[in-house]
Design a protein around this ligand. Sequence first.
Ligand SMILES: Nc1ncnc2c1ncn2[C@@H]1O[C@H](COP(=O)(O)OP(=O)(O)OP(=O)(O)O)[C@@H](O)[C@H]1O
Ligand SMILES: [Mg+2]
Length: 232
Amino acid sequence: MLAIEQLSVSYGSVRALTDVDLEIRGEGLLHGIIGPNGAGKSTLLDAICGRRRPSSGRVRYCGEDITRRSISWRRRQGMARSFQRTSIFQDLTVHEQLKLVAQHLGDDRLDDVIEVMDLGGYLEQKAGRIAYGVQRRIDVALALIGRPRLLLMDEPGAGLSATETLRLFQHVRDLVRERRIAAVVVEHDVDAVFACCDMVTVLDLGRHLATGTPDVIRADHRVIAAYLGTAA
Ligand SMILES: Nc1ncnc2c1ncn2[C@@H]1O[C@H](COP(=O)(O)OP(=O)(O)OP(=O)(O)O)[C@@H](O)[C@H]1O
Ligand SMILES: [Mg+2]
């Protein structure tokens, strides 16, 4: 579904990504991205969704070179992104907020998004006044509107307890399988990633370190040295 080829991204003189190659298989698979702070994980999602232009390299989506396509073009083609910091409007009710995005994207089928993210009990509440764990579910729900084929999520578990993060990941994994879409999720909670992701990629210092199944990644000595050794 997605192929990243020799991708480099710089912020001025800071090289955030260097020659990253990565393939994301579609249809029902959850792909985790882990790595130390500053490894380039958010930058990689930015380059995939079109927020950040790479200085070199290519992004292919469903076989097409989309490196120069706009964010809105990518969104219409089924790429959706949720953010590391919660992007909800605090003064709107949950329902108003979901409807706003639905209108914008011309998708009026909110019921199953509400159901799958288990938001039915919160619709009339102001988003800013509900528990943080539920706010993170709203964030994912917002990204699900418009029937994305590829869901990109940046630390959906940020600020949640380990148990809440695991539950959120299980929701996402079930959803990805049910709808036969693909999802790429950046996350610091490696237990949730190893428990729920089908494939895992490790970035370190802007470079691709390893990609494999959770079992392979957990046992990879380079990954242990660069990340898991200190994270554990
Ligand atoms: N807007 C920016 N301007 C300048 N440098 C940036 C900018 N955003 C990120 N960087 C730098 O690029 C590198 C990669 O950052 P990025 O945010 O992609 O890492 P990350 O893996 O998502 O980190 P974290 O785990 O802390 O979220 C870091 O060195 C960071 O300081
Ligand atoms: Mg980040």
